[in-house]
Design a protein around this ligand. Structure first.
Ligand code: TYD
Length: 140
């Protein structure tokens, strides 16, 4: 499989519908918004201050990470370079390519991290050890 670097992951602007009286609505739709079709949605919430999540890579999974509420920082790492993204808008999502190590931290109080993914949960798709990740990337 092609090995992507951190610059292949980008912030995607989601469709927004504004209403002065009723608030805002954003849409993610299969076939148009993302380079993949969504098979799973999960979200992190009630995250204690100071905790970090992630610290793993996926071999094949593609994801869109959205700060549905509040804010947090996502740091992507391809083994050579790191890139951090501060997410704080429900109408933006970070599209993460496969084979990239990610860490999520600095969650604001009440933050909700919504993740849209192109496959169901498969533990065998995870790389949870950083040295194994570097080997997977042919860097050690
Ligand atoms: P994990 O992906 O390790 O969380 P994070 O990287 O955000 O810290 O998942 C935490 C637990 O939840 C782990 O026991 C696996 C389980 N889980 C599922 O059962 N299904 C899922 O879709 C996800 C994402 C996690």
């Amino acid at each position: 499989m092609e090995k992507y670097n951190v610059f292949d992951s980008t912030v995607v602007e989601l469709d927004q519908h504004h209403s002065d009286r009723k608030g805002n609505l954003s849409v993610v739709e299969n076939g148009s918004t993302l380079p993949f079709d969504i098979k799973r949605v999960y979200y992190l919430y009630d995250i204690p201050g100071g905790s970090s999540r992630g610290a793993h890579a996926h071999k094949e999974l593609e994801q869109l990470i959205v700060a549905a509420s509040g804010s947090f920082t996502v740091t992507l790492d391809d083994g050579k370079q790191k890139r951090s993204f501060f997410l704080n808008r429900p109408y933006q999502g970070l599209y993460v390519k496969p084979g990239i190590w990610r860490e999520l931290e600095d969650f604001s109080s009440g933050a909700v991290c919504m993740v849209l993914a192109n496959d169901i949960y498969k533990e065998e798709d995870y790389i949870r050890d950083y040295d194994v990740f570097l080997k997977y990337r042919d860097l050690i």
